[in-house]
Design a protein around this ligand. Structure first.
Ligand SMILES: [Zn+2]
Length: 599
């Protein structure tokens, strides 16, 4: 390969590049450097290829413009766009490429394969605002799409975002000693995002739609790779879209940014169902990441190995758990069988056998391994102080750890020096040694997210100030545009998760809410340090607030000043005018740059 054209996508507002493929030019070399696992290097070189691809006999994909792929199927009057990428800018750049090579055709339909934002948030780059507002272009999504898209990213959003910056290596320099790839794709673009609700939800497997003259048969796969997800088949094109259930990686049963554990058994059964439903009538299978498989034998073999990868992880974890082994022990014993591990598409570029085994264990048994010694251990800081004291003090621990580092025992060094860092975070020698151990683990990792986690930890150990931790961007204090799509109940639930429970204990507060725009009325009560809500207006509330849902988000989530909102008429309060202020005084904001590798 080589000679890839340089692609630069600029940010709409700031003009700074959000994607510049020249940053990954170091991958030109076919031979992996000693600081990158050769298997990950190979995957990174494949993910680095970008452009417009035609999948025989007709669907197209724009790959390498984003973490995800934008796929297109030619309809009678325009394009059916599948998954409009992560940001407006990358999606627009992808559509420009399509127009440049295939002519100017309108977008006649959009399909969201699932509820993760790298497949939906770039819609404004695919449809014009007037088209979105008019609602004439059908947007098709799996059942439960909107609730899942919002809930996964909002309630636990700040913590997940901070952890995701480690997982995707957001603050790492690109290069042979930095971010190389994410396994699933090159990197996550920044840029403008939005969330537009679907116009049609698929509610059953077997449902068939004709969009712009193209027949599509849907297969619902909830609780697979995402809580709301679907695969679908184009019978006249003999093509299957596998969404994100079959990509060219072993995917995550648990994602390290933090999310609910996925159902490996259901996932595997869906792929099996897909084989039965569509296997004999499919010559091409494509996905929302990585590259397609072409040719009916290859398609079926690919689906079988993907199915069996998740099935094997599930069944073998339970077999060993039922002999009494705990997650950490099973993860050491299991590997994929050679017939699966020998296929590049099943390798742990994104998920790993190690953390997926622990995910299966967690799904069935939770965090507790059953050993009472682990039921109520000391938390990291006091435990670290005790460990270091018992081991003869910082100097003694570091001397031994240095010997183990020289012997290549990086996993152990990271485990033991972590105690020194947690006992004495200002100890530069300990931080340096810990960073060196994490760095070696990162250099060895086959998984993109493992590499990014290790190297992000090393980076923060070496540059420990909070400003550097936050990386000068990302996270941010502003609200996510995804919040626009929140229902009233979601806003109240978010509020509940921000309530300072100990502070609120002893306070009894009842607020009524009236939303003339949505025709809804709600009651919100705080008692016993907990917040509850229900969609009826009680008659014994302290005050009733009349406003729009938009104003609710502004006041409760953005903390817009209430007097100004009352002044301009956006908010009207009837009854005890201080009640709303008392509620707001009980809220506690998140910390978006909390520490991870130190106390
Ligand atoms: Zn994705």
């Amino acid at each position: 390969m080589g000679g890839l054209y340089r692609l630069v996508v600029h940010h709409d507002r700031s003009g700074r590049p959000i994607l510049d493929t020249a940053e990954w030019d170091f991958l030109e070399d076919e031979i992996a450097p000693s600081s990158v696992n050769p298997s990950l290097w190979r995957q990174a070189r494949l993910n680095r290829e970008h452009g417009l691809y035609e999948l025989v006999p007709g669907p197209y994909q724009v790959r390498g413009y984003d973490l995800a792929n934008l796929s297109l199927v030619r309809g009678e009057g325009g394009w059916i766009v599948i998954d409009p990428l992560t940001s407006t800018e990358t999606a627009r750049a992808a559509m420009d490429l399509v127009r440049e090579h295939l002519g100017d055709r309108p977008v006649s339909a959009v399909i969201y394969t699932h509820s993760h934002i790298d497949h939906v948030a770039g819609l404004a780059g695919v449809l014009e605002p007037e088209e979105i507002a008019a609602g004439r272009v059908p947007i098709v999504a799996p059942q439960g799409f909107l609730e899942e898209a919002v809930s996964e990213n909002v309630l636990a959003g700040p913590a997940m975002t901070r952890r995701a910056s480690y997982m995707y290596g957001n603050f790492l320099p690109r290069g042979v000693e930095g971010q190389v790839d994410c396994g699933l794709g090159r990197s996550v673009p920044s840029g403008s995002i939005s969330l537009v609700a679907p116009t049609h939800e698929i509610t059953a497997t077997g449902e068939e739609l004709t969009l712009d003259g193209v027949r599509i048969v849907f297969q619902l796969t909830p609780d697979s790779e995402a809580p709301a997800e679907m695969m679908f088949h184009f019978p006249d094109l003999r093509t299957l879209c596998a969404a994100e259930n079959c990509t060219s990686v072993m995917h995550n049963l648990y994602t390290l940014r933090g999310a609910q554990v996925r159902d490996a058994l259901a996932w595997s059964k869906y792929i099996n169902e897909s084989l039965r439903l569509f296997g004999d009538s499919t010559d091409v299978v494509f996905a929302s990441h990585n590259w397609p498989r072409i040719g009916s034998d290859d398609v079926r073999e690919y689906l079988r190995t993907q199915r069996d990868t998740y099935r094997y992880l599930h069944d073998q974890t339970l077999r060993l758990a039922n002999k009494g082994f705990v997650g950490a022990e099973i993860a050491e014993q299991l590997d994929l069988p050679a017939t699966l591990a020998g296929e590049f598409g099943n390798r742990g570029y994104y998920g790993t056998v190690s953390h997926n085994v622990k995910a299966v264990y967690q799904r069935y048994f939770g965090w507790f391994d059953g050993n009472p010694a682990n039921l109520h251990p000391l938390p990291p800081e006091p435990a670290a102080a005790k460990y270091v004291e018992y081991m003869g003090g910082t100097g003694a621990v570091l001397a031994r750890a240095r010997q183990d580092f020289e012997a290549g025992e990086y996993r152990w060094v990271a485990q033991v020096v972590n105690h020194v860092v947690f006992a004495d975070p200002g100890n530069t020698e300990a931080r340096e040694l810990q960073a060196a151990a994490l760095e070696q683990l990162g250099f060895q990792a086959e998984s993109g997210p493992w590499r990014n986690f290790y190297l992000s930890g090393a980076l923060e150990l070496r540059r420990p100030t909070p400003e550097q931790r936050a990386g000068g961007g990302g996270g941010g204090a502003g609200r996510s545009p995804l919040m626009q799509a929140m229902t009233v109940e979601m806003v109240f639930d978010l509020l509940g998760a921000r309530l300072d429970g100990p502070l609120a204990d002893g306070t009894s507060l009842a607020l009524g809410w009236s939303f003339p725009d949505a025709g809804e009325q709600w009651t919100l009560r705080v008692e016993h340090g907990a917040l509850n809500c229900w969609p009826v207006l009680d008659d014994d509330v302290d005050a009733t607030v009349t406003l729009t849902r938009e104003a609710l988000i502004a006041v409760l989530v953005d903390a817009s000043p209430i007097p100004a909102a009352v002044e301009d008429g956006t908010v009207a309060i009837e009854g005890d005018s201080d009640a709303l202020d008392r509620l707001l005084a009980l809220l506690d904001g998140p910390n978006r740059s909390f520490t991870i590798i130190e106390p």
